[in-house]
Design a protein around this ligand. Structure first.
Ligand code: 7TS
Length: 404
């Protein structure tokens, strides 16, 4: 049974005070908090078996290698990849996207087209613009409607035989919209384009099935799903990963090196140059174990209730406008109070111990679309309580009173 009070005990940080008030942490879309179970794994690694991997004959190195490769298997199972070597450890979503963008630089030419969506995070816009500059390919954008949903009839029109790559996030960080990636993938494949899905905001809430989706690449970050920062994963179909050139050169990604010629290691090592974030990978596996023990169905149901409750309560505040009103959305509420700058609301909420994000959320095109400088964003996780939603609502009312 899902019991939020019980779950909250796993997160030591939730006991702390901020500005003399109990912390109400509602910035989960930026980064999630870490349960004791994952902290213990990190402490255990550095206390007991810290060593470099894949290279030592000594016991510590073998223990660390085993734990690291076990984590890869956990991730493989979690996203239902066919092979474990289709899971590449990265430093996060941004790294994964850049790895693919770099790889496609050798495959694209003038006249090719890349499609992104109007709902993207900057990390999903800038690497493609850089890629277009390098290759002469053209960037096209799937527009959105006022609910913050991508317009699929417009997407259909953008697809041509020249489309080589479609890039879209699974869930928008700024608005919480869940995008119809099944349809997007299917249509892209009809014209022979590859699809990369950014799952940074999806993985904290749902369990992706990369084989069922038939997605070509899927990337995410551990720190948004109870794991450490500086750690992420890239899933790629074996055939694609074999086709793409390595991203970085260095140790561990080679088969043989001489000054005349270097041959590359097999997957996944071809894309994992240098000493990785070993502890991060192991802790990522532990975070996935932790979330699976709670269960993604239970998480989804609970967060949906929290979202519905918060939406009703916040909507009752006069002059409050919510941006992103899709029926298919996750537990993110982006809003503004009429005539008040989001930063001012965020500052008052902080004084009350309530952590939200304010600003453009690294998604300036979305803010431009709504013609606003930014929003206040409250993003909920499964360990947030109804009482915390009440605290947010009371805080916003207080901010309104003080600022208007
Ligand atoms: N893609 C999406 C959809 C994101 O939300 C983020 C981070 C990234 C990519 C980049 O992830 P990273 O782990 O490589 O940094 N989003 C946010 C956010 O909404 N607030 O802070 C970071």
């Amino acid at each position: 049974m899902f019991n939020v009070e019980h779950i909250r005990k796993d997160f030591p940080i939730l006991n702390r005070q901020v500005n003399g008030k109990p912390l109400v942490y509602l910035d989960n879309a930026a980064t999630s908090q870490t349960p004791q179970q994952v902290i213990d794994v990190i402490v255990d690694y550095y206390s007991n078996y810290n060593a470099n991997i894949h290279r030592g004959v000594h016991s510590l190195s073998q223990e660390a290698t085993d734990a690291y490769e076990q984590a890869r298997l956990k991730i493989q199972k979690h996203v239902n990849a066919k092979f474990s070597h289709e899971i590449i450890f990265t430093s996060g979503t941004t790294h994964g996207i850049n790895l693919i963008a770099n790889g496609f630089a050798s495959l694209l030419e003038q006249g090719d087209e890349i499609i992104v969506s109007a709902l993207e995070h900057h990390s999903n816009i800038v690497p493609w613009q850089m890629l277009c500059e390098r290759t002469g390919a053209e960037l096209k954008v799937i527009p959105m409607n006022l609910e913050g949903e991508l317009i699929m009839s417009e997407y259909d029109k953008l697809l041509t035989p020249n489309t080589k790559l479609v890039f879209v996030n699974h869930i928008s960080n700024a608005l919480g919209t869940i995008n119809p990636i099944e349809y997007i993938i299917e249509q892209a494949h009809q014209v022979g384009a590859a699809v990369l899905v950014d799952g940074a905001q999806a993985c904290p809430h749902i369990k992706p099935d990369v084989q069922a989706l038939d997605v070509d690449f899927y990337v995410t970050s551990a720190h948004k799903m109870c794991g450490p920062t500086g750690q992420g994963m890239l899933y790629g179909k074996e055939a694609w990963l074999n086709k793409l050139p390595p991203y970085q050169g260095g140790g561990e990604m080679i088969a043989e090196v001489s000054f005349e010629k270097t041959t590359y290691a097999d997957l996944p090592h071809k894309f994992e140059a240098g000493t990785p974030n070993i502890c991060g990978g192991i802790a990522f596996g532990a975070a996935i174990d932790y979330m699976n023990a709670i269960g993604f169905d239970a998480i989804e149901t609970y967060e949906h209730q929290l979202l519905a409750y918060a939406t009703i309560k916040l909507s009752e505040i006069e002059g409050l406008k919510i941006y992103g009103t899709s029926k298919h959305k996750t537990s993110v509420i982006s809003f503004n109070l009429e005539g008040i700058h989001p930063y001012d609301i965020g500052t008052i909420l902080d004084k009350l111990g309530i952590a939200v994000r304010t600003g453009h959320h690294c998604a300036q095109p979305i803010m431009n679309f709504f013609n606003i400088p930014g929003t206040v964003r409250a993003s909920f996780a499964f360990y947030n309580s109804k009482a915390e939603v009440d605290a947010l609502v009371a805080g916003v009312k207080k901010a309104k009173m003080m600022l208007s």
